[in-house]
Design a protein around this ligand. Structure first.
Ligand SMILES: [Zn+2]
Length: 153
């Protein structure tokens, strides 16, 4: 019996190249790629490393697949990042609004709340992005393979 979540939902995208299209004033870039499944069963615990053949160009890609518990831990970590980002950004936003209400605020008073605001919002954006795409799958090289990416949709 196949349980849901036993196999990764993300798929391997083989990038065929970017196509630039000029339409009037703007140019749009379309990335063309084809997707293939990652037929690596999730390990019960820890981390499985496997070689997956790309269905499109036949190159072999090393992938790491985390156990369901590992995937959950990653999700929790991204959620924590999102939450701490929000906790950091909210009070600094309130502080900035309060500073703006003053008649002649000291410019230096802005530095700290602006920095924490940027940091906090960055955490929210990065946390949210990874929270929704996290599937406990990684390409073995950190920067990914030049012609291949992991895609959920
Ligand atoms: Zn490929």
């Amino acid at each position: 019996m196949t349980k849901t979540g036993e196999y990764p939902q993300v798929r391997l995208a083989c990038v065929h190249g970017d196509r630039q299209r000029e339409n009037g004033f703007a140019s749009t870039t379309t990335v063309r790629y084809s997707l293939s499944d990652i037929p690596v069963a999730r390990p019960a615990t820890g981390l499985a490393e496997a070689t997956v053949a790309c269905g499109s160009c036949a190159s072999r890609i090393r992938v790491r697949v985390f156990s369901p518990a590992g995937r959950r831990r990653w999700k929790l970590a991204w959620f924590g990042l999102l939450l701490s980002g929000a906790l950091l950004a909210t009070p600094s936003t309130i502080r900035l609004i309060a500073l703006d209400a003053l008649d002649d605020p000291d410019p230096l008073a802005y530095v700290r709340p602006v920095l924490t605001n940027v940091l906090g919002l960055g955490g929210v954006v990065v946390g949210a992005r990874f929270l929704f795409t996290e599937d406990g799958v990684r390409l073995t090289s950190f920067w990914g393979d030049a012609g291949h990416r992991l895609r959920r949709w």
